[in-house]
Design a protein around this ligand. Structure first.
Ligand code: HEC
Ligand code: HEC
Ligand code: HEC
Length: 282
C-alpha cells in the first residue's frame, strides 16, 4: 500500500500501538553541554518572568479589591456612602480600614460577607436603604483607636453654629457651644466629659434592631460590679431574667464609638444645615 493511503485496519493498529506505547516525554539535560545550559537558562528565565507576572497581577487585583474606588464604585448600591465619604474628614481613610481592619481573620470574614452581599445584589434582595447599624461591624475600638485614642481627648471644643432665620433679611442667629470632650487623663486616672462613656465600660440592651429603644443600661463600677438602670417599660417585668436571657443570647452590647459617631465618614447633612451653609455663601 502506498504511504498516505487511508487504510482503516492499519490505522486501528496504530491507535492501539500508540495507547500501548504511551510514555512520559524523555528529557535529557546535560549541563556539560553549552547548548543545553543555554536552553535551560532560557526556560528558567521565562518561567520566572511568567510567575512574576502572575504574582504581580494577583497582587494588583488584591490591592484594587481593597481600594475605596473598588468598594465605592463597583456596585451602584454604594453611591450614597461613597459620595458622602468623599466629602468627609475621613476621605483619605480607605473603606477597608474601618470596615475590615487589620488581621487575616477579618480579611477572610469580609470576603465571605462580600459573597453574601454579591448574592443579595444578584438576586435583588438587599434592603433599601442599606440598614444601619451594621451589626457585624468590627468593634469600633479596634478600628477607631488605631488613629484616635481616648487619652488624647482632653480639650473642650468650641463650636460656632450660624443659623439663618426665616425672616426677609435672613437674620443670622449665632450659637456658640462648648463641647466637653473629656476623655481619660492618664496622670490622674480620672475620666470626664462625653468620652467618659468609652473610658468606662457601659453596657446596654436595646429592644429594636436600630438600637433606639433602650431597656437596660449597666455601668461597670471600679469594684467590677454593675450599676443598673432600667427603662420604665420593664419595671413590671422580671428584670434579672430579662438581662440574663439577653446576656445568654449575646444581645448585650458594650457601648463604643459607633453608638455616638454613627455617621462618621457617611454623614448626610439635614436639609436645614445645607440651607444655612448655602445662605452663608450667598
Ligand atoms: C472612618 C471610618 C469609615 C470609613 C473610612 C468608611 N466607613 Fe462605612 N461606615 C462606618 C461606620 C462606623 C458605619 C456604621 C454606622 C452604624 O452602624 O450605625 C458605616 C456604615 C456603612 C454602610 C452601611 C449603611 C450606612 O449608611 O450606614 C455602608 C454601605 C458603608 N459604610 C460603606 C462604606 C464605603 C463604600 C466606604 C468607602 C468608600 C466606607 N464605608 C468608608 C465607618 C466608615
Ligand atoms: C486611619 C486613621 C483613622 C481611622 C481608622 C479613623 N479616623 Fe477618625 N479621623 C481621622 C483623621 C485624619 C481625621 C481628621 C482630623 C482633622 O481633620 O483634624 C478624623 C476625624 C474624625 C472626627 C472629627 C471629624 C468628624 O468627622 O466629625 C471624628 C468624630 C472621628 N474621626 C471619629 C472616628 C471614628 C468613630 C472612627 C472609627 C469608626 C474613626 N474616626 C476612624 C483618622 C482616622
Ligand atoms: C457618648 C457619646 C460618644 C462616644 C461613645 C464617643 N464619642 Fe467622640 N465625640 C462625642 C461628642 C459629643 C463629640 C464632640 C462633638 C463633635 O465634634 O462631633 C465627640 C468628638 C470626637 C472627636 C472629634 C475631636 C476633635 O478634635 O474634633 C473624635 C476624633 C472622636 N470624638 C472620636 C471618638 C472615638 C474614637 C470614640 C471611641 C473610642 C468616641 N469618639 C466615642 C461623643 C462621643
Amino acid at each position: 500500500m502506498r504511504p498516505g493511503q487511508n487504510n482503516p485496519r492499519s490505522n486501528r493498529g496504530n491507535v492501539q500501538k500508540k495507547r500501548a506505547k504511551f510514555r512520559w516525554i524523555k528529557i535529557t539535560i546535560d549541563l556539560n553541554r553549552p547548548d543545553h545550559r543555554r536552553k535551560l537558562l532560557l526556560v528558567l528565565a521565562s518561567l520566572s518572568v511568567a510567575s512574576f507576572a502572575v504574582v504581580l497581577s494577583a497582587y494588583q487585583g488584591y490591592v484594587y479589591s481593597e481600594s475605596s474606588a473598588f468598594c465605592g464604585t463597583t456596585c451602584h448600591t454604594m453611591d450614597p456612602q461613597y459620595n458622602r465619604y468623599q466629602h468627609s474628614s475621613h476621605a483619605n481613610v480607605e473603606c477597608v480600614d474601618c470596615h475590615v481592619g487589620s488581621g487575616f481573620e477579618y480579611y477572610v470574614k469580609s470576603k465571605v460577607e462580600g459573597l453574601r452581599q454579591l448574592y443579595t445584589l444578584a438576586t435583588n434582595t438587599y434592603s433599601r436603604p442599606i440598614k444601619s447599624p451594621v451589626h457585624n461591624l468590627r468593634p469600633a475600638r479596634e478600628i477607631c483607636e488605631a488613629c484616635h485614642t481616648p487619652t488624647t481627648f482632653q480639650d473642650n471644643i468650641i463650636k460656632t453654629i450660624t443659623h439663618y432665620d426665616n425672616d426677609q433679611a435672613s437674620t443670622p442667629v449665632v450659637s456658640t457651644l462648648i463641647l466637653k470632650m473629656g476623655g481619660w487623663h492618664a496622670a490622674t486616672g480620672i475620666s470626664r466629659g462625653i468620652h467618659w462613656h468609652i473610658t468606662n465600660p457601659v453596657y446596654y440592651l436595646a429592644a429594636d434592631d436600630q438600637r433606639q429603644i433602650i431597656l437596660w443600661v449597666g455601668v461597670e463600677q471600679s469594684d467590677g460590679c454593675l450599676r443598673e438602670y432600667f427603662a420604665r417599660d420593664v419595671i413590671l417585668r422580671n428584670k434579672t431574667a430579662l438581662v440574663e436571657e439577653a446576656r445568654h443570647k449575646g444581645e448585650i452590647r458594650e457601648m463604643d464609638c459607633i453608638d455616638c459617631h454613627n455617621r462618621t465618614a457617611h454623614e448626610i447633612p439635614p436639609p436645614e444645615r445645607l440651607v444655612d451653609e448655602a445662605s452663608a455663601l450667598a
